[in-house]
Design a protein around this ligand. Structure first.
Ligand code: PRP
Length: 185
């Protein structure tokens, strides 16, 4: 285990079970819709989860990417959502979108994106997250729940499986709790 990881919160076996379960839920929910299914990966943190998930979905899926910024560096949320890389396609009324996230914290990023993609004309927009930290939800978003959830986790600073601290630790194959010594320096 990495020396800066206090404990593993979701190990590789659990991740495999989670991605298998969510892929089966998506297969079940999007059969014979008559629309295209688009997995929309929100860069960068979701890329690892997205890669695992898409391989396990048996329905035809398209993929695309958006990049938004809601955080500065470090652990605190700035409250801002800025679109850095947008989704450009003209057939959105024919597209069912699943927004794929690594983690939901305040809920601001995902709730903003749902509204944004609906206004852009998507046929439907659902949300999927590997991790959910409901204890950190913005007080205006207390009732906001994603459609597909890998694991609900406590309010601890987690890294790995796509999640970073200062761009480090994304490549760890598990989700782990970062030692506070690393970010309180
Ligand atoms: C993280 C995560 C979500 C967002 C969740 O991204 O991937 O997009 O924060 O936080 P919220 O629920 O409080 O809005 P981050 O801005 O750290 O970018 P990254 O994925 O590139 O690391």
């Amino acid at each position: 285990m990495n020396a800066n990881i206090l404990k593993i919160l979701v190990n590789e076996e659990e991740i495999d079970r989670i991605t298998t379960r969510i892929a089966a839920e998506i297969d079940r929910d999007y059969q014979n819709t008559g629309h295209k299914l688009l997995l929309l990966c929100i860069l960068k943190g979701s890329v690892v989860f997205m890669g695992d998930l898409m391989k396990k979905i048996t329905l035809p899926v398209e993929i695309d990417f958006m990049k938004v910024s809601s955080y500065g560096s470090g652990t605190a949320s700035s409250g801002q959502v800025n679109i850095l890389l947008d989704l450009h396609r003209k057939d959105l009324p024919d597209v069912d979108i699943i927004v794929v996230e690594d983690i939901i914290d305040s809920g601001r990023t995902l709730s903003y994106l749902i509204e944004y993609l609906r206004l852009k004309g998507a046929h439907s927009v659902k949300t999927c997250t590997m991790l959910d930290k409901p204890d950190r939800r913005d007080e205006n978003l207390r009732d906001f729940y994603p459609d597909y959830v890998g694991q609900v986790i406590p309010d601890e600073f987690v890294v790995g499986y796509g999640l970073d601290y200062d761009e480090q630790y994304r490549a760890l194959p598990y989700v782990g709790v970062l030692s506070p010594a690393v970010y309180s320096k």
